[in-house]
Design a protein around this ligand. Structure first.
Ligand SMILES: Cc1cc2nc3c(=O)[nH]c(=O)nc-3n(C[C@H](O)[C@H](O)[C@H](O)COP(=O)(O)OP(=O)(O)OC[C@H]3O[C@@H](n4cnc5c(N)ncnc54)[C@H](O)[C@@H]3O)c2cc1C
Length: 344
């Protein structure tokens, strides 16, 4: 019973995080190109479609929502024709333009008294008397409180407690130019609904309001030129498999970055245990746009000694264990990806 309660808190926080971003962007008047009514999970095989059917009551309960199952014909009539075997729509969440969101937040922060310093890496972090000292290439900053928000880019050398607790994983995306109505109709995908697949090495994609298809996937262990070339080719090949009618459509845009996994499979959000006054949140498992924003508000309260204004799930307050294998821990992902490719 206690376990079920803890899991439900995480689902409640997921919903609250979405509401938080909706309220925040509306209060600050940030134009984020909001689109998509929840998200649609697509079945890449008949077994996956059966799995979605059995998962449906669980999802309804977890998110207090009424999900809808779709067969392939229904997907077509919803403007989501692809190589999939059906799907399920969870009417929770929305899509946004992340760069517009980020710029809007930065523009709102400055008049609120926040000083932003880009290209200013923290090279050292240490306790100093009652405060914390952060060293950058040009400055030595003494602070009463510190929030570490480096997520999938956390390095092993700055804060001993963080060592081995994050597992960075690369996510990579390609995008088309805006497509005209004829090109969209050829594939039968005209919906602006966010979609992803019910598989371990998932693809995620959506048509932007100006009709560019943005198509991404997990994969790739390290960022190197050779790896980026290989991953870009793989994402492109998968794009053509999922949308065969767009095999001739160029995807001139590509980018990638690191998301962050934890051994507990949930984010951590709280004080850094052996560094009083320092706080951190990380481990959003690729869903940090809403959850990172939400954890930011929790940390803002915790750092000021106030009770968090929103629910902080018990699971988020429990430090995730370290991954074994130290700096070789990304080897886990290699094994996981190979297994996922076999079993997907
Ligand atoms: C291709 C891709 C697609 C994604 N799609 C989605 C999606 O559809 N939905 C979703 O919710 N999430 C998505 N994500 C994940 C999402 O981007 C992250 O969860 C989110 O950015 C986490 O925010 P953050 O601020 O915690 O960390 P980040 O945005 O990763 O920022 C961490 C920052 O810390 C900085 N840093 C690291 N070390 C130091 C140091 N020593 N000194 C100073 N700065 C440092 C880094 O330079 C970086 O700017 C995607 C990620 C990628 C890469």
């Amino acid at each position: 019973m206690a376990r079920a309660g803890a899991a439900q808190e995480v689902h409640d926080a997921e919903r609250a995080a979405i509401d938080h971003v909706a309220r925040l962007t509306s209060r600050l008047g940030i134009d984020i190109d909001r689109h998509s009514d929840g998200e649609t999970i697509l079945a890449h095989s008949r077994t996956a479609q059966k799995h979605l059917r059995t998962q449906q009551p669980e999802l309804d309960n977890a998110y207090s929502a009424k999900t809808q199952l779709h067969d392939t014909n229904q997907l077509k009539s919803l403007g989501m024709a692809s190589s999939h075997h059906g799907g399920l729509t969870l009417p929770v969440g929305f899509a946004l333009h992340p760069r517009k969101y980020l710029s809007g937040l930065a523009q709102a922060a400055t008049p609120a008294g926040v000083a932003l310093y880009g290209n200013s890496p923290a090279l050292g972090v240490a306790r100093d008397g009652n405060g914390i000292v952060v060293t950058t290439p040009k400055a030595r900053i003494k602070a009463d409180r510190l929030i570490v928000a480096t997520n999938g880019y956390t390095t092993e050398d700055l804060i001993p407690w963080l060592r081995g607790r994050t597992l960075p994983a690369q996510s990579s995306v390609i995008a088309t130019e805006p497509m005209d109505a004829k090109t969209l109709a050829a594939q039968g995908w005209t919906s602006h609904q966010m979609a992803y697949e019910d598989r371990r090495l998932l693809h995620y994609f959506h048509l932007t309001p100006d009709n560019r298809m943005v198509f991404g996937m997990r994969g790739g262990l390290v960022s190197s030129a050779a790896n980026e070339t290989r991953i870009r080719a793989r994402v492109r090949a998968d794009f053509e498999r999922v949308f065969p009618a767009w095999a001739h459509v160029p995807t001139p845009f590509y980018w990638s970055g690191m998301v962050c996994l934890t051994a507990s499979l949930t984010p951590y959000c709280g004080e850094i245990p052996d560094m009083p006054g320092a706080f951190t949140a990380f481990g959003y498992h690729g869903n940090g746009v809403a959850m990172g924003s939400y954890c930011g508000t929790l940390l803002a309260d915790l750092a000021q000694g106030k009770p968090p204004r929103h629910l902080r799930p018990r699971a988020f307050a429990a430090p995730p264990p370290r991954f074994p294998l130290g700096r070789y821990r990304r080897g886990f992902l290699a094994a996981e990806y190979a297994w996922a490719r076999l079993t997907d």
